[in-house]
Write a protein that binds this ligand. Structure first.
Ligand code: MN
Length: 239
């Protein structure tokens, strides 16, 4: 693929993220593993050892989730960008819808998981506890208390139909925090919302250790939420 076509492709990724409803993902191109030399995305490393979140999230789940599932979204994203380039070159409109769907799904998967890993930290080393500062104040303003926010976050994530995500987002127009559900990697997002904290409720995120007990997994997740990082995302989103 030529340099020009890849530059076009990068613009297409931004459009894909927009289609997902995220106004700004607060992630740099570097954080998303963009390689200027190969002009493609690479799987970014985990920000901690794969066993660092145990016992809440076990090592085997982390290794498969990151090394197989997340890697698959990165591959799918690169492929969708290549295939759309090919469609343009071949004047092939018939496959545009298919690859646009693939682009939205895999771009969502890559962005969501990149936010997910750094949204967690080992318990006691940034993970767990409660938010502080401006984010804590905003949570009290918009939800009453931290506990009510967490109650809604877990209830929303638990009741996602099928595979998807629960999110705490900043909604810039209303200048407020919201909790939203996402189906698959990209559907049902609030347009323009900025993601602050996401929890993956695909079965691949918890089935090895928790089987069908999604609620137990969500309780465990709260022990490793990286509130300092979520607070930094909030500060950037609010501007
Ligand atoms: Mn996942």
């Amino acid at each position: 693929m030529s340099e020009i076509s890849r530059r076009q492709a990068i613009g297409t990724l931004a459009a894909g993220a927009g289609a997902m409803g995220f106004g700004s993902v607060a992630l740099s191109r570097e954080a998303l593993g963009w390689n200027d030399q190969t002009q493609s995305y690479e799987l970014p490393p985990l920000p901690y050892a794969p066993n660092a979140l145990a016992p809440h999230i076990d090592e085997q789940t982390m290794l498969i989730h990151h090394g197989k599932h997340h890697a698959g979204y990165v591959r799918g994203l690169n492929n969708a960008l290549d295939q759309l380039h090919k469609c343009r070159a071949d004047n092939n409109a018939a496959e545009i819808q298919h690859w646009e769907r693939q682009l939205s799904f895999h771009a969502g998967g890559h962005i969501n998981h990149t936010l997910f890993w750094s949204g967690m930290a080992p318990e006691g080393k940034g993970g767990g506890g409660r938010p502080t500062g401006a984010l804590a104040n905003q949570i009290e303003r918009d939800f009453g208390t931290f506990d009510r926010m967490l109650w809604q976050f877990k209830a929303a994530a638990k009741s996602v139909e099928g595979s998807g995500w629960g999110w705490l987002v900043w909604e810039p127009l209303g200048q407020r925090l919201l909790i939203t559900q996402m189906e698959n990697q990209q559907k049902m997002m609030f347009a323009g919302a900025v993601p602050l904290l996401g929890v993956d409720v695909w079965e691949h995120a918890y089935y090895l250790r928790y089987q069908n007990r999604r609620a137990d997994y969500l309780d465990a997740f709260t022990s490793v939420i990286n509130w300092p990082e979520v607070g930094r995302r909030f500060d950037r989103a609010r501007g």
